[in-house]
Design a protein around this ligand. Structure first.
Ligand SMILES: Cc1cc2nc3c(=O)[nH]c(=O)nc-3n(C[C@H](O)[C@H](O)[C@H](O)COP(=O)(O)OP(=O)(O)OC[C@H]3O[C@@H](n4cnc5c(N)ncnc54)[C@H](O)[C@@H]3O)c2cc1C
Length: 408
């Protein structure tokens, strides 16, 4: 099916009602698409998007690499999108309270200070604060100066998904409590079936927004995604340092919401779905490094929090767009010179919004916009070189280029 035919039907199935899927529904219905959202739980945001608070902020790098450029576009687009939804703390829970990011050690502080003198970011984007100013901003002593992101903050992902889906209006149809098991193609439509083979929905376009579970489908099984366990500790407000902003170093601390601060998040090598005291200890020790005056003994803190699994690509960037057909080779007759993304065979009508790793809050809006603009045959919201860095076929392209080089 070509772009024109897709545009005429304008019906997409989105699998997964987390941050990725909710943002996709929002950006597509805004364009007049009809969307069927399928979720295996009876409620939205029950897996990676189920934390009490997620933090959001820009990503800086001294060489302003591709990840920083993409994250800058994503951050700015997220702020704009949330404002249009009605604003943080109004349309959904969270606070644009600012984020202070403190480097890990003295050597990194010196490097960042030097970078700050050269970088000259707009003040509403990023400012370098010395230790005294940073501590004043935080309301507690922090161990060094750091980057201050005045528009950063925290968001309750569940309530953001809820606000996004509410904004879809009657162009959105939901099928909750249905686990998709297989996808088959018939007459230009994808039939999305449950474990018993019953059709849940059918449409010309299907979007995988189901995190690691995408790999259970033959059409997406080859994508280079891995699960990374993370544990967030819920620290009772009275035990926590009294900070009104988000503090971030190796780990992070959010201001209290409903009596608890979120301290996170561990990055673990094991895949235990239960809370673990060693992960909690790690979270609290990292907080102690950030806040030298915080006197609470981590061993005395009751075990509380939540475990989740991040879906992470090998290059740590999201996968946004048409899925590659790994069973097919590019057509050599139409390929000129070095293979390009456009030469990579695709699975018609199948798309991915996957691999948001630890930055689902900022990746979700821009990735959804990028995919919706592609499906609607519009100009892309970011430069095509940046969009190419997110293309799900980039991994196959790299292999193909290496293969060609080795055999030339
Ligand atoms: C511990 C931890 C801390 C984090 N902290 C932050 C943070 O501070 N800031 C930040 O921006 N990000 C953070 N992240 C990352 C962020 O949570 C994720 O990037 C984001 O939630 C991913 O959203 P998603 O929609 O891709 O995945 P999910 O939220 O996992 O959604 C996928 C959905 O698909 C559904 N599904 C799967 N298979 C099927 C099927 N076969 N049929 C039907 N439905 C299906 C699932 O039930 C699920 O609801 C953190 C993640 C973790 C684990």
């Amino acid at each position: 099916m070509n772009a024109n035919e897709v545009q005429n039907t304008r019906h997409a199935i989105v699998i997964g009602a987390g941050l990725a899927g909710s943002a996709a529904c929002h950006r597509l219905t805004l364009r007049g698409w009809h969307v069927t959202l399928i979720e295996r739980h009876h409620d939205i945001a029950q897996e990676a998007s189920g934390n009490a608070a997620g933090i959001y902020m820009p990503v800086l790098s001294r060489d302003d690499n591709r990840t920083s450029q993409l994250a800058r576009s994503a951050y700015r687009f997220a702020l704009q999108c949330w404002e249009q939804l009605g604003g943080i703390g109004t349309a959904f829970s969270g606070a644009a309270c600012g984020v202070l990011q403190v480097p890990r050690d003295a050597q990194r502080v010196a490097l960042q200070q030097k970078f700050a003198r050269q970088a000259n970011f707009p003040a509403d984007y990023a400012q370098w604060l010395d230790q005294a100013a940073a501590s004043e901003k935080a309301g507690v002593t922090v161990n060094s100066g750091g980057w201050w992101f005045p528009q950063g903050g925290w968001v309750h992902p569940y309530s953001l998904c809820q606000a996004l889906l509410k904004a879809c209006g009657d162009r959105l149809e939901t099928r909750f409590g249905h686990a998709v098991s297989t996808l088959t193609q018939a007459d230009g439509n994808w039939q999305v079936c449950d474990q018993l083979g019953a059709v849940i929905a059918s449409a010309p376009v299907v979007i995988f927004a189901n995190g690691m579970s995408a790999l259970t489908f033959s059409q997406a099984a080859g994508l280079p995604l891995t699960a990374h366990r993370g544990q967030v500790t819920l620290l009772a407000e009275q035990l926590a340092p009294p900070s009104k902003i988000v503090l971030c170093g190796d780990g992070y601390l959010t201001p209290a919401t409903q009596g608890f601060c979120s301290v996170g998040a561990s990055y673990d090598a094991f895949d235990d779905a239960q809370l673990r005291s060693d992960s909690q200890h790690e979270n609290l020790m990292r907080l102690k490094l950030l806040l030298p005056d915080w006197q609470v003994d981590p061993a005395s803190v009751p075990l509380a929090g939540r475990v989740g699994f991040r879906c992470v690509a090998t290059d740590r960037l999201p996968l946004v767009g048409a899925l590659p057909d790994v069973m097919k080779q590019p057509d050599r007759a139409t390929m000129h010179g070095e293979p390009q993304l456009k030469d990579m065979p695709r699975l018609p009508g199948l798309y991915g919004l996957l691999g948001y790793a630890s930055r689902g809050l900022i990746w979700a809006p821009l990735a959804a916009e990028l995919l919706a603009a592609t499906l609607n045959d519009e100009a892309l919201p970011i430069a095509s070189e940046l969009a190419a860095a997110l293309d799900p076929a980039r991994f196959q392209l790299k292999v193909l280029r290496q293969h060609k080089k080795a055999h030339s």
